[in-house]
Design a protein around this ligand. Structure first.
Ligand SMILES: [Zn+2]
Length: 504
């Protein structure tokens, strides 16, 4: 199958290309871009899309998402991370989902992503009590069917939950704590065997899908597991995906558990590398930022989720200046309630302006677009995704420029970040194939899948309400832990405006 686009405004976002579109044709051969230029011979293409009045840009890359939270979309509000986790990642009584429900949940995220311009996603998937091969296969199958490019994990925590957060033993009732402790944690060898099997079975599947290792966080996993995971990532050239310094409590955790920052700890154990992607990276110190820049690692900036949980604002300009690669992520569907990357870009374009009055630390629309494309791709170890150029994967959006969002038209990058919602997308191409067109996914029956999921929800929610009731017993104690940690001085300030002109 070969596809072409004639006479579109093309925003390549290639290195050094700036953020102004040029009029050009695009020729796609198989799953890659064969040529971009004026007056190309398109006669060999089986389909030629008329690009008149259309913008073509790279598909958006969601650098950090958790599809399991999709079942809690719109359910929770006004809780900090550690309290919210009691309900979205419950300690007691968590349900084990059937592979079919896992498939439907993932398909829901994939459908919304594809229809709103995301062509590539990093999906960090936690299952309780631990992911089975059948559940993982269901996630891969959903992305394969809907037609996204995806990098998928089996997220793991191998420490007892109450030992992953400081001060819990000061506040949680001992009988309740004993109940939580009795559940234990994942076994390292079992998880590594699961990952090896996943790499053999799924890595490179369909030319679009990859597996990655995702140890939850340096305070939630043993260093032995993290180092073994890094070895696997190196062997398979896959991302090492983790969470660091999302909340102030986690900054305190570094001091309490290790007597150093969690970034310094990662560095000391050889875990800060180019293939390391750190979700959040909010409560980092200047020394942390320097270590991260020297390693050339990536972060996923989850700007909506970070606001919803009151986690803080990542120092993105400072990270970019140090040499850290920045991708944008929606984060889980419970903490942002949508996978829509145009919403994430809009928020990312705005939030840094209230961090400091020094405009040198604000992001431009081009900065945001690059983070939402090539930045995200790099964080997923995908060198041939995230820009339009010959040889790159043919992942792109064809956007109708006659909509309200682009009328009247001024600076196209500003329109994409501040005006567009995803509703102007005429068609979405992934790997050289049109996967969505006219607001519909072409390869799955969306209505059928959504109806089936709706039918599954009453039974799921009835059981989940009981799970919520069990875990509510921890809530007052977790608020106390949150308050105690937030009273501490951790040397950086990431809630609202930074203290001085350009300071950390
Ligand atoms: Zn996350």
């Amino acid at each position: 199958m070969s596809l072409a686009i004639r006479g579109a405004d093309v925003l390549t976002l290639a290195d050094g290309a700036g953020a102004k579109p040029v009029t050009a044709d695009i020729l796609i051969d198989g799953d890659r871009i064969a040529a971009i230029g004026a007056g190309l011979d398109l006669s060999a293409a089986e389909r030629v899309i008329d690009g008149t009045g259309k913008l073509v840009m790279p598909g958006l890359v969601n650098a950090h998402m958790h599809s399991p939270e999709a079942l809690y979309k719109g359910r929770y509000d006004n809780m900090p991370l550690e309290v919210w986790m009691l309900y979205a990642y419950p300690i007691l009584g968590a349900q084990t989902l059937s592979p079919r429900l896992v498939y439907l949940r993932t398909a829901l995220c994939a459908i919304e992503s594809l229809k709103t311009g995301t062509t590539c996603v990093t999906d960090d998937v936690y299952e309780s009590p631990r992911q089975t091969p059948e559940q993982l296969d269901a996630v891969f199958q959903a992305y394969e069917d809907v037609g996204l490019r995806a990098t998928i994990s089996g997220h793991v925590v191998d420490r007892p939950f109450l030992d992953t957060i400081p001060f819990t033993r000061d506040f949680v009732d001992p009988a309740l704590a004993a109940e939580a402790d009795a559940l234990g944690a994942a076994d390292m060898d079992d998880w590594l065997a699961h990952c090896r099997h996943a790499f053999e079975t799924h890595h490179g599947r369909s030319g679009r899908l990859n597996f990655m290792v995702a140890p939850s966080a340096p305070q939630r996993c043993t260093v032995e597991l993290m180092q073994a995971a890094m070895e696997l990532a190196e062997t398979h050239d896959a991302p090492f995906h983790t969470h660091i310094l999302e909340t102030k409590l986690q900054a305190v955790t570094g001091q309490e558990f290790y007597g150093e920052t969690l970034i310094a700890y990662m560095h000391r154990h050889g875990l800060l590398r180019e293939r390391t992607t750190i979700a959040h990276s909010i409560w980092v110190t200047d020394a942390d930022i320097e270590l991260m820049g020297d390693a050339g690692c990536s972060i996923a900036h989850n700007v909506i989720s970070n606001q919803k949980l009151g986690a803080g604002i990542a120092p993105v300009r400072r990270l970019l200046k140090a040499g850290v690669n920045v991708g944008l992520g929606s984060d889980g569907v419970s903490t942002s309630d949508t996978t829509r990357m145009f919403a994430v870009m809009h928020a990312a374009g705005l939030i840094h302006n209230v961090q400091t009055p020094d405009a040198a630390y604000w992001l431009s629309a081009e900065d945001v677009l690059r983070a939402a494309t090539s930045g995200g791709a790099k964080s997923a170890c995908l060198a041939d995704v995230g820009a339009l150029a010959p040889g790159m994967k043919a992942d792109m959006l064809v956007i109708d420029l006659s909509t309200v969002a682009f009328t009247p038209r001024n600076d196209i990058a500003n329109h994409l970040v501040y005006c567009e919602t995803g509703s102007s997308i005429a068609c979405t191409i992934v790997g050289g194939e049109v996967m969505a067109e006219g607001g519909r996914c072409l390869h799955v029956d969306e209505d059928y899948l959504l109806r089936e999921l709706r039918e599954e929800m009453p039974a799921f929610l009835a059981a989940h309400e009981e799970t919520e009731r069990l875990n509510r017993a921890f809530e007052a104690a977790f608020w106390e832990v949150h308050k105690k940690a937030n009273a501490r001085d951790v040397g950086v300030h990431r809630l609202g405006r930074e203290p001085a002109w350009g300071a950390s």
